[in-house]
Design a protein around this ligand. Structure first.
Ligand code: SF4
Length: 430
């Protein structure tokens, strides 16, 4: 039985109780959110994994994508990225490998990850098809589902499946967009449908997916194969068409007691993000919403951890529950280990800013603690409580004041010290 089905029966399981405690939420409230499909609990498949909740009323979570490519296929490097991601505070990790021994890499990541793990099984289906000397459209429907089950059996916690990208949308979009289809999984399926003149197998046989998800209690992350990859393509008919299909698939999953997350864009201009989040939540009846970015401009390769953090903060403010990080390497190369670390930190800043704006209980307590330490010139506390203490400590350039350390920005003209002196003098006078 899935966590969702247990919640529907009114059960508060030990894992739900633990997640509620972590979120400082009353367990009965979390059970209701799970039973309504507005929150999912993931990370229950492996004993060494910390289960988390994603959805309404919960802290905004951050995902880090790792995984090999055909050009860089070192398992050791990806395992180091896993370690760095989790150390930097990623709540979940996705293995998007397309190079090397895909089963071995996924199983090694499963064995080591203490965070919930996601994958995109269609990648492996296509890689195995191509490696056997055939082309993308030659992929067999049974092979697609066999790989989905292989991942679920290995202990993957959530599976991104692009089942809302139906054939009529694929045919319409190929000719109309500025940046075309930028989702790798979406593009594989688009090629497959157009060449074979057949419907998306994940859509056509959606009940097979639900059978697997229910059997292994994995969450389905309904991928947005038509997410915009350019500002000019944001909120176009194709993207909205896919969202409407996904809305129907959410209902069917809930009717089976299968947890679903819904994925979203992509490149979206800043002013469109609020309406986009509200619309997405409405169409999917409050399903947990997982966004890639959104990136608010197309012109900043090398800095897309920043463009996405701007969009991610606004998205979280208006209801996104789960931010997929974007690294400085986006659009340019497979992320390095340092890119991964920077991407996680940028996304965590966005998630936390979003939680403050959402008014989540206690979200700004952390800020208050850092601010108070800063106001006291208590550098050790202020640095150790910062989101990235290692970087903050590395940058700190202290100079000696009369009784405390000051930083080299203003030195003896330190405004904080001046305020403290004035405040303390007033206290003495009083
Ligand atoms: S020296 Fe300037 S920048 Fe540094 S803590 Fe004081 S006021 Fe802030």
């Amino acid at each position: 039985m899935t966590e969702f089905q247990r919640a529907l029966r009114g059960e508060i399981t030990p894992v739900l109780k633990k997640v509620a405690d972590d979120e400082h939420m009353e367990p009965g409230r979390l059970r209701r959110l799970v039973a309504e499909g507005r929150a999912v609990i993931t990370g229950t498949a492996r004993e060494h994994c910390r289960a988390i909740g994603i959805g309404s009323g919960l802290k905004t979570k951050v995902n880090a994508n790792i995984g090999t490519s055909p050009a860089h296929d070192s398992m050791d490097v990806e395992l180091e990225k896993l370690r760095v991601s989790i150390d930097a505070g990623a709540d979940t990790v996705m293995d998007l490998s397309t190079g090397g021994d895909l089963d071995a890499i996924r199983r090694a990541i499963c064995a080591k990850s203490t965070s919930p793990l996601g994958t995109v099984p269609v990648y492996q289906t296509i890689v195995e098809t191509v490696r056997s000397g055939r082309e993308v459209p030659d992929a067999q429907t049974d092979a697609m589902f066999e790989v989905v089950e292989r991942h679920a059996r290995d202990g993957v916690d959530f599976l991104t499946i692009h089942c809302g990208l139906v054939r009529r949308l694929a045919e319409a979009v190929a000719a109309t967009r500025t940046a075309g289809v930028v989702s790798r999984g979406g593009c594989f399926l688009l090629q497959w449908m157009i060449a074979n003149k057949r419907e998306n197998p994940y859509y056509e046989h959606y009940d097979r997916l639900l059978d697997i998800a229910e059997k292994y209690d994995v969450a389905l992350s309904l991928g947005d194969g038509l997410r915009p990859g350019a500002i000019a393509d944001a909120t176009d008919a194709a993207q909205m068409g896919e969202l409407l299909v996904i809305g129907e698939l959410v209902d069917r999953a809930r009717a089976r007691g299968v947890s679903v997350i819904v994925e979203g864009p992509g490149h979206v201009p800043l002013q469109d993000i609020p309406s986009h989040m509200i619309m997405q939540k409405r169409i999917t009846k409050g399903a947990p919403f997982y966004v890639l970015g959104p990136l608010v401009t197309d012109v900043a390769p090398g800095y897309d951890h920043i463009t996405s953090a701007i969009g991610g903060a606004v998205a979280a403010w208006y209801g996104a529950d789960f931010l997929c990080y974007v690294t400085p390497a986006e659009h340019l190369r497979l992320p390095s280990i340092e890119d991964v670390r920077e991407g996680v930190i940028a996304a965590r800043i966005a998630a936390h800013a979003g939680d403050i704006a959402k008014g989540l209980d206690g979200a700004s307590d952390w800020d208050l603690e850092v601010s108070r330490a800063r106001a006291e010139l208590d550098w050790e506390l202020a640095l150790s409580k910062s989101i990235d203490p290692e970087t903050a400590r590395g940058m700190f350039d202290p100079i000696a004041g009369d009784s405390e350390k000051l930083c080299s920005m203003c030195g003896i003209y330190c405004a904080i010290r001046g305020t403290r002196k004035t405040r303390n003098g007033r206290k003495r006078q009083g």
